[in-house]
Design a binder for this molecule. Sequence first.
Ligand SMILES: [Zn+2]
Length: 388
Amino acid sequence: MTTGPGSQASLREANTARVVETVRKYGHITQVELTAATGLSPATISNTVKRLVAEGMFRTESTVHSGRRAQLVSLARQTGLLAGVQVGRRSLRIAISDPSLNVQRTKNMPLPQAHRADTTLDRAALLIVELIEDLGASVDELRAVGVCVAAPVDPETGMISVPGILPGWEDIEIAPVLGRRLNRPVSVDNDANAAAVAESRRGGLRGVKNGIYVCASYTTGAGIIIGGRLYRGTRGGAGEIGHIQVDPAGLICNCGGRGCLNTVVGADVLVESLRLSRGYSSLGDVIREANAGDIGCRQVVGDAGAQIGAVLADQLTALASSRVVVGGELSNTGDLFLGPMRDAVESRPLLAGTVTFVAAPLQGQSELVGALTLAYDEQERANKAVKS
Ligand SMILES: [Zn+2]
């Protein structure tokens, strides 16, 4: 048997590498999807999967996919850990996963208002170590870290590109600072962007060429997928729909602009509109009471859906996206929020019947899984750099 370039053996090797890389990237994937993603023939996929199962590299399980029986392929042996960090305005979330992004441990922590980057990153590093040890693993097993933040991030510099949105985090080189504490490669992006990539690989935007992930939480942001890839725009500013002006005579936003969407549907504004009559103090209260049937809360949630929907309709008209995946706390009210949002989009003649809406399948974890996805990609880049 020859093993030179172009031989059967080297072709098989190249095909195997492509199949393994694709399974690692998607975590779990059906054989049909694997065929489409690799461009290899169904017979080659079937034989390669069979061989790798026999070799103990892959495992398969039966599942039902789009109403048909399918074989779900995933990696059997996994070494190494990834860490994801989500920095919000008032909270820090950490996740540790295996290399296929199966989450093993998570931790949520409230943050004080206007928390500082250095102390928060210190805390994040300590929590990562704590969670890894809690798994019975060693920090040596950590391969890479992904951080997503509630502000636009310039992909060129890895720094927050718009002042005022996440005070205390401007001019901070987040990746080098955390990288030095953990001695691992770190990748940083905006939270909605990271979530859009996660939804695109393993959630509601999987297989969708042109789609938008919307996070309706304390503020509203979006991640835009065009041609199957994340669109970041200049200085990473694409998808900042919370800063689109909806009221030229409105309040001043933390970005400095007047009447941004966030000044109308931001959590503080929603809570404030109910304080006098209901006395609620958090977005969690509003969501819980809306789900319990309080008419005032339902009104506030529905109006927010309609207002975000109107801004989204403009974006959808410009981008001709076919799917919207909605995450963030407000989506936990289901159709109370999604219904008016969908209606605002459907009422536009150009958009009627062209856009499907789904609640984020990653259920409140899109951003955190997004951060893990950043870690995954960072690890892949580091591996490639070592090989070349
Ligand atoms: Zn603004």
